[in-house]
Design a protein around this ligand. Structure first.
Ligand SMILES: [Zn+2]
Length: 199
């Protein structure tokens, strides 16, 4: 335990430093910055590569603090705010579009996996803070990426009425063509019969 309980450590905007933060040191943390999407490999896989649509920087803001508990050791909290614009493919018209993600979340940091899981499964805590484990080597980069992946829409889509009608038509034609091809590819029973006759 660090003796400087009242000190606040400022986090640098540097992926390497953010990969290992000592959250069990007893100090509080404060930081903000903007990181390239390429330092988040799992998130990079979810976006479309199109020269006209580029992901913005991932903006992050973090603060931690302690709250006294009656008859217990203080609980450690973490606030994480994230904002990014990501190019995704609209599932209706198959064209790329920009999705804005803005996530604002509070977490409670527990010492052990067991405590964190017990908090997550307690129904009384639904809609409240999520639980994380406050290790000596807490990986904020993973936490940011997990949160952004969870914030992606289940089905990526333009807003209502925002798909271009000509793109929707193209998709409809493509689907129709696809089904015709399947029919043509089916073996013709009469052709098989002709083949048998010739043998
Ligand atoms: Zn669309």
């Amino acid at each position: 335990m660090n003796s400087n309980k009242s000190t606040t450590r400022i986090l640098p905007n540097n992926p390497k430093d953010l990969q290992s933060i000592d959250l069990s040191s007893g100090v509080t943390f404060l930081g903000q910055g903007a990181l390239e999407i390429s330092v988040f490999p799992r998130l990079s896989q979810e976006i479309v590569s199109d020269s006209n649509f580029k992901a913005s920087l991932v903006h992050w803001e973090l603060s931690t603090w302690f709250e006294e508990r009656l008859g217990g050791i203080p609980l450690q909290y973490m606030h994480l705010r994230l904002a990014v614009d990501l190019p995704l493919v609209c599932q209706a018209c198959l064209q790329p579009f920009m999705e804005s993600i803005d996530s604002d979340r509070d977490y409670i940091l527990f010492d052990t996996e067991e405590e964190a899981e017990a908090w997550d499964f307690d129904e009384e805590n639904q809609d409240a803070e999520d639980a994380l484990v406050a290790s000596e080597t807490f990986n904020l980069m993973d936490a940011i990426e997990d949160e952004l992946l969870l914030s992606l829409p289940l089905v990526a889509k333009h807003g209502p009425g925002a798909c271009r009608p000509e793109d929707l038509e193209k998709v409809a034609k493509k689907l129709k063509k696809g089904s015709e091809e399947i029919i043509i590819q089916k073996p013709n029973p009469f052709a098989i019969l002709e083949k048998l006759k010739k043998q």
